[in-house]
Design a protein. Structure first.
Length: 121
């Protein structure tokens, strides 16, 4: 699976809102969903190690999900190995949406590149 950095699907005010949520949750990771009607929802991080991971009860079958977002409080603006495993899992199960990483430096978006056979389905 190839992952590409993509131009943001969020307007600057939404990006600023995500950075504020990340700051409010620091030093823990915060997470949530951007829905297709551009509503940003924060979910409770239920990870046993919230300073290094996130987990949330998100209905992954919801067709209105535009993106999944989470913060990297002290980490890089690129997906971690755990993030990559999650993205691969989503793609294998037909869940195609953007993955947004929020850091204190800004908002960074990624999308898995689909091959010709998977995009034709």
């Amino acid at each position: 699976m190839k992952l590409n950095a993509v131009e943001s699907c969020l307007v600057p005010q939404q990006q600023t809102h995500l950075v504020h949520l990340a700051l409010a949750g620091y030093p823990r990771e915060v997470c949530g969903v951007v829905f297709s009607h551009d509503i940003i929802v924060q979910y409770r991080n239920i990870s046993p190690d919230p300073e290094h991971n996130y987990d949330a009860e998100i209905d992954m079958g919801d067709n209105d999900i535009k993106a999944i977002w989470h913060s990297h409080p002290n980490g890089p603006n690129t997906p971690s190995d755990t993030d990559l495993q999650f993205i691969e899992h989503c793609e294998r199960h037909g869940m195609h949406f953007r993955h947004i990483i929020v850091t204190l430096k800004g908002v960074f978006e990624y999308e898995a590149e689909r091959d010709a056979t998977s995009s034709a389905a």
